[in-house]
Design a protein around this ligand. Sequence first.
Ligand SMILES: Cc1cc2nc3c(=O)[nH]c(=O)nc-3n(C[C@H](O)[C@H](O)[C@H](O)COP(=O)(O)OP(=O)(O)OC[C@H]3O[C@@H](n4cnc5c(N)ncnc54)[C@H](O)[C@@H]3O)c2cc1C
Length: 359
Amino acid sequence: MAGASLAAALAPKMRVLILEGEDYPGYHATGRSAAFWTETYGGPAVQPLTSVSGPFLAAPPSAVAEQGFLSPRGALMVGQAEQLGLADDFMAAFAPSGVDLKRVTGDHLSAGLPGIRPDWVVGIVEASNADIDVAALHQAYLRVARRADAHLALRAPVTRLMRGRTGWTLHAGNATYQAQRVVNAAGAWATPVARLAGARDIPIEPKLRTMVQARLSRPIDPGLPLVIDLAGRFYFKPEGTYRVWISPHDEAPTPPCDAAPEKEAVAQAMARFAEVVDWPVAAVERSWAGLRSFSPDRAPVFGEDPDCPGFYWCAGQGGAGIQTAPAISALLSALILEEPAALPYRAIDLAAYAPSRFG
Ligand SMILES: Cc1cc2nc3c(=O)[nH]c(=O)nc-3n(C[C@H](O)[C@H](O)[C@H](O)COP(=O)(O)OP(=O)(O)OC[C@H]3O[C@@H](n4cnc5c(N)ncnc54)[C@H](O)[C@@H]3O)c2cc1C
């Protein structure tokens, strides 16, 4: 998503080559997401990027797509009695953001989530939450890039990056390329790719996230909210009338790899889900895992490397790389093109995301 969205923004103004190591783009994190747009997800440091991306995702320019990528759902953060303080902290942390949040208890909580067990006593409704059609968004970005003559090279893992007086020489797959600028949008591999270039050693740490698709033996309203634990132990959302996607909100650090789900994490997802609602599960249909990659302060890293001119970072999007892609690609493309960013994005504080914040 990072590479495709940036290529779409840059290709009308410069020659762009996307180098993808796998057989097809989206094989790693992008193709494995939970596909939601939640303004508070990722915390106050990520929220401005998510919020400002919303209008683009809801109603993209006609040159990008004929219809929007969002389907309204709504989110509900839930907590037990011990989490009442967390609910207060959550409301306070987002009070300056303008995100529409409402605290609910009692009947209002059980009306929002039929079947919720009685020991869940507090909820925060985030009405703006929506599902994202991730595949459509990704394909739209790739289409815009291709139309503007960007070239996508597949099975082209970058193995060498050398900076000379006139620019960069890259070895990828069986080919050698020359470029004026290089963008590191390598997801879980961002740190090893930066090392190839001799760039600043920013540790972007991949963490495993597991998803489970369960079939229910009773129908549910498919429009029920995305339910997120205030204590960060799970989230789940309906996927049609008889299915739910559940995550145990795991974050095991791992080397960059083709991630696969662990049995324990699947069992944990199912156990935590059963603690929240009385929705009987008929079967676990499938599970998958992907890597969410974080910088040391858990905010994305984008901008030019302070030690390595012509080398740009676009990494560390954590669990929000889909929902923030419009903002990050708009802001980073403006930096690369040395232009002011488009109006809605201009208010974003770039220093909060600059690679130079890591010494
Ligand atoms: C289970 C899960 C649920 C998630 N849910 C959400 C969600 O609901 N909403 C949201 O906004 N985000 C979500 N995310 C996060 C989101 O998926 C990521 O932030 C986003 O996909 C990152 O995009 P990316 O392009 O940086 O990484 P990737 O999609 O991993 O792309 C990086 C690409 O770089 C390629 N690459 C690596 N090294 C090289 C090399 N040396 N040469 C050439 N190519 C290379 C890889 O093959 C890969 O295709 C979720 C993630 C997971 C795992």
